[in-house]
Design a protein around this ligand. Structure first.
Ligand code: A2P
Length: 263
């Protein structure tokens, strides 16, 4: 059996898990030690998972930590019959996961041309890559204003986003770097809260523009989008309708998007 596991693990690293936090009955986060040789760009994702019957069962997860951090944090949905998340949600402190240390992704600064404002549109666990981007000093070197929007069904599901903002506020060096450049707009769609509605509606009816001092404009603004397929599609159509051009690592543009992976 050991030999089989050795073979299955080729090219992968085993990481101990700690700081497991169950935010709601649908989401949880956990941290792992970052292997010293592992490098990634803020906003990228990796394949992580568990060995099941000696075979790796892996899914794509955005790294929530910024690229300078010593730990790797992941934020996950719990799907009761999901092959991986039904198991992952029962992780205990000190247990291990496996990771293929090959980070990739398009929600990175390299895929965007320079601009003045950076908009990060997230729904649900789609906030994960932006938890990384908003803690990267490069974000504030490149942009004058950074707007993170997070839309969830219920108030409880907004908690992870608020926690990351609080971690910035109480961090040793981030407050000085971030200054007053970061705006966090958290909305719900199915439970009463101070700010309600889908961000796609906020963009179309002008509520977003009002909140941040002007509507989306490809001349000055850059956009990253992460959420469900339906959400991505709608945001993409809005961006394209306003004249934004999609970017990639090879050919940077004015907006990029990625599916919030695990479902
Ligand atoms: P709604 O409650 O109106 O469906 P989910 O948990 O299903 O991924 O949804 C997360 C959030 O994304 C919910 O607040 C949901 O709103 C919102 N959402 C779903 N589809 C879209 C879309 N096409 N555009 C914008 N937001 C969306």
């Amino acid at each position: 059996m050991e030999q089989v596991i050795d073979k299955a693990l080729r090219g992968m690293v085993v990481l101990g898990v700690r700081n497991i936090h169950h935010w709601t009955d649908r989401t949880f986060s956990f941290q792992c030690d970052r292997p010293q040789t592992f490098r990634f760009r803020s906003g990228e994702f990796v394949m992580i998972g568990l060995l099941v019957d000696g075979k790796p069962l892996l899914r794509a997860y955005s790294i929530c930590s910024p690229s300078w951090d010593e730990e790797l944090e992941f934020y996950s949905i719990k799907v009761q019959d999901g092959p991986l998340t039904s198991r992952l949600q029962h992780l205990k402190e000190g247990e291990t996961i496996v990771m293929r240390p090959k980070p990739v992704g398009t929600l990175v600064h390299d895929a965007l041309v320079p601009g003045k404002r950076l908009f990060l549109f997230a729904t649900g666990t789609g906030i994960a890559p932006f938890a990384s981007i908003i803690r990267d000093p490069e974000t504030y070197e490149k942009f004058d204003q950074v707007v993170l929007t997070h839309t969830c069904r219920d108030r409880d599901e907004l908690a992870y986003g608020y926690d990351v903002i609080e971690r910035i506020r109480t961090h040793e060096f981030l407050p000085e770097i971030v200054g007053d450049k970061l705006t966090h707009i958290a909305t719900t769609t199915r439970e009463e809260s101070p700010a309600m509605g889908r961000m796609t509606d906020w963009i179309r009816d002008g509520r977003l523009g009002e909140a941040v001092g002007g509507g989306l404009d490809p001349a000055t603004d850059r956009v990253m989008i992460c959420g469900s397929m339906a959400m991505l599609q709608e945001h993409k159509e809005i961006c394209e309708g306003l004249g934004f051009v999609e970017g990639s690592n090879a050919d940077p543009g004015q907006f990029v998007f990625e599916k919030a992976f695990v479902d």
